[in-house]
Design a protein around this ligand. Sequence first.
Ligand SMILES: [Zn+2]
Ligand SMILES: [Zn+2]
Length: 244
Amino acid sequence: MEKLREIIKAGLTLLFPPTCSCCNEMTGNNCQPLCGECLAQLKFIKTPYCSCCGRAFLGSGENHLCGVCLKSSWAFDKARFLFIYEEVIAKLIHDLKYSGQTKGISTFRWLSKQSVVLKDINTPDFILPVPLHMKRLRKRGFNQALVLAKSLFPEEKKKIRYNILLRKMDTPAQAGLSGIERRKNLKNAFAVEKASELIGKKVLILDDVFTTGSTLNECAKVLKAAGCTNVEVLTICLSDKIVS
Ligand SMILES: [Zn+2]
Ligand SMILES: [Zn+2]
């Protein structure tokens, strides 16, 4: 039986050779969703990184606080991301966000399993995707943060809740705004529903990209105000550029 399964698998691979989720070239390997070249370009976050915001440091040593976190205080307790921004991860996120490519879902699951960062996240009571405003959700048809949550935590489906953290205001795009303008733009943009469920709870907020952190910080603020004891953030990558 096992042998038959292997023969069928080999036959399918011959008929439909696995292609790279990023460049569509053949991967030559059934077990990985990216070709060797694309995989080599990815910049996984490795230690040492900032123990608060997750920003990676050059060189070796222990995790410690970065200059930004020494000066500013975030509303979230900890942020982690899996990758540093570069072209391959930007394309994978872009494809997921704008063309709804389902191929990306299994790719992100596979990539997250290769990351050391996920072990750093405290087990949450709830996993909350950063919400889109209803208007934008209707236009896009899906919330990429919710797709990512389901992709990264397939065994935690009951914890993933999209009806607790809500986006009340359809804020203009954040691209091109300074840090102060971003914060102004987001003021009162988020709210929580079913607030009583959050008292004393640990939550993980999920999004695709951490840029200045303003959006995630604003979400963390309303969650802390609602009584969450621990709010952590997970994104696919950190970007100083805007993924458009
Ligand atoms: Zn490739
Ligand atoms: Zn930091």
